[in-house]
Design a protein around this ligand. Structure first.
Ligand SMILES: *Cc1c(COP(=O)(O)O)cnc(C)c1O
Length: 383
C-alpha cells in the first residue's frame, strides 16, 4: 500500500486499503498533462462549439465503434432524444424501455413527445430480452431501446429479428457500454443507431457533459446534424425547430486524447470484474452472471446482489469500501413516471432492493480488489 501513514483512523483497520468508488484522470498523470495541452490548444484556437476538434473526434469515434458516422452531441440524454426525433417518433407513439435503467432512457422518449412503455428485465442479466419486448408490443409500439446496462451487452440478435419482422426501430442505449462486443461488433452498431454518454465517470468520460450517436444510416446522420444545432442547414436557414445540443470543442479534444486508451481501460475493467467474480464466488453475495459466449461485459459498474443489501453497504462503509446503488428506484416507481401507472415489474423492483454496486475502475489495484473481497467475505447477513 503506497502512501500509507502509520496513523489508523477510527473504523479503519491496519493493513487495509481504503477503496474509493471511482478514480478518474488523476490516476494517469501523463494523460492529465496531455489533456491540459489539448485544453490550451482549444483555448488558443478560440473555436469552442463544434468545428475541427469535434469533427476529428467524430471520425475517431465512428472508426473505433465500427460505424459509418458519429454525431457528437451535448449528452447521452440528448443523443437518445435526437435519434428518436430524427426517426420521426413522437406524440401517440410508444417506445419500449427497460424500467431497470438510468431515468434518462425514459426521459428521452418523453422529450421526443412519445410515451415510454416501461417493461421488466431478465432476472439473470438484468437486461431486456426479445421475449419481454414481444409480450409488451401494442399497435402503437414504434421503437425499442435496449440498454446495455452496467456494461453488459444485450442479446441483440433475437431482438433485432423480432423488431425487423414488426417494422420497429431499435435504438441502443450504449451509455454504459462503450466498446462492449456482441457477435464481433461493438455496442451501438447493431440497431438503427447507438447512443453514448461521455459523462465523466462513464467508460469514456469527458471533463463535463457530452454524448454521441453512431449510425451507418447516412440520412439519419444528416438529420442528427441538423437537430443538434437549431435545425440550421445553411447559415440562418432553419429546417426545423430544435435547440442547442452541441458538443463543446474542449470536450472533443479531451475525448480524443482518451479514446486511444479505451481498449486498455476496458481490458482492465474486464480483468478486475473477473477477479471480483472469482474472489466473491464463495461469499453470501450473488455475483454478476457469467458473460454469454457471444457477448461481453465492460464493467462500467460491478453490481452484486444480496437480500440484506443495506446491511452490506453499512458493513463495507465501516471498512472504508465505498459503494453505490444502480438503481435504488426503477423508473416506473419514480415520481416523474408515477402517472403512467405502469407495473408492477417485480424483477426490477427486487433488483432495486437487493443490488449493491462495488468499486470498479481501470486503475483499481490488486490491493484494492483484495480489500473489497476480504470485506465482503466478512459480511454475515442477519437472516
Ligand atoms: C449516463 C446514462 C445516460 C445519460 O447520459 P447523460 O450523458 O448523463 O445524459 C443514459 N442512459 C444510461 C443507461 C446512462 O447510464
Amino acid at each position: 500500500m503506497s502512501g500509507a501513514t502509520a496513523e489508523i483512523r477510527p473504523g479503519e483497520r491496519p493493513g487495509r486499503t481504503p477503496v474509493p468508488f471511482v478514480r478518474l484522470d488523476a490516476a494517469e498523470p501523463e494523460r492529465k498533462r496531455e489533456i491540459l495541452a489539448a485544453v490550451e490548444r482549444v483555448g488558443d484556437s478560440a473555436a469552442f462549439t463544434l468545428g475541427a476538434e469535434v469533427e476529428a473526434f467524430e471520425d475517431d469515434f465512428a472508426r473505433w465503434c465500427g460505424a459509418a458516422h458519429a454525431v457528437d452531441v451535448s449528452s447521452g440524454t440528448s443523443a437518445l432524444e435526437l435519434v428518436l426525433r430524427a426517426l420521426g417518433i413522437g406524440p401517440g407513439d410508444e417506445v419500449i424501455v427497460p424500467t431497470n435503467s438510468f431515468i434518462a432512457t425514459a426521459e428521452a422518449v418523453t422529450a421526443a413527445g412519445a410515451t415510454p412503455r416501461l417493461v421488466d428485465v431478465d432476472p439473470d442479466t438484468a437486461l431486456l430480452t426479445a421475449a419481454i419486448v414481444e409480450a409488451a408490443l401494442t399497435d402503437r409500439t414504434r421503437c425499442v431501446i435496449p440498454v446495455h446496462l452496467y456494461g453488459r451487452s444485450v442479446d441483440m440478435e433475437p431482438l433485432l429479428e423480432l423488431c425487423r419482422a414488426r417494422g420497429l426501430r431499435v435504438v441502443e442505449d450504449a451509455c454504459q457500454a462503450h466498446g462492449a462486443v456482441y457477435r464481433g461488433a461493438r455496442a451501438g452498431t447493431h440497431g438503427d443507431a447507438g447512443c453514448f454518454s461521455f459523462y465523466p465517470t462513464k467508460n469514456l468520460g469527458a471533463w463535463g457533459d457530452g454524448g454521441a450517436v453512431v449510425t451507418s444510416d447516412d440520412a439519419l446522420a444528416a438529420q442528427l446534424r441538423l437537430l443538434r444545432s437549431h435545425g440550421e442547414g445553411t447559415r440562418h436557414h432553419h429546417e426545423m425547430a430544435s435547440g442547442t445540443h452541441r458538443l463543446h470543442a474542449l470536450q472533443a479534444a479531451i475525448l480524443a486524447v482518451k479514446l486511444p486508451h479505451l481498449d486498455r481501460w476496458n481490458e482492465q475493467r474486464r480483468a478486475a470484474g473477473a477477479t471480483l467474480c472469482e474472489a466473491l464466488s464463495d461469499t453470501v453475495v450473488t455475483v454478476p452472471a457469467p458473460v454469454a459466449a457471444d457477448g461481453d461485459h465492460v464493467f462500467h459498474v460491478f453490481v452484486v446482489r444480496t437480500p440484506d443489501r443495506d446491511a452490506l453497504r453499512k458493513h463495507l462503509a465501516d471498512r472504508d469500501v465505498a459503494t453505490a446503488i444502480h438503481y435504488p428506484t426503477p423508473i416506473h416507481l419514480q415520481p416523474a413516471y408515477a402517472d403512467l401507472g405502469q407495473g408492477p415489474l417485480p424483477v426490477s423492483e427486487r433488483l432495486a432492493t437487493e443490488s449493491c454496486t462495488l468499486p470498479i475502475f481501470p486503475s483499481i489495484t490488486d490491493g484494492e480488489l483484495a480489500s473489497i473481497a476480504e470485506a465482503v467475505g466478512e459480511f454475515r447477513p442477519r437472516g
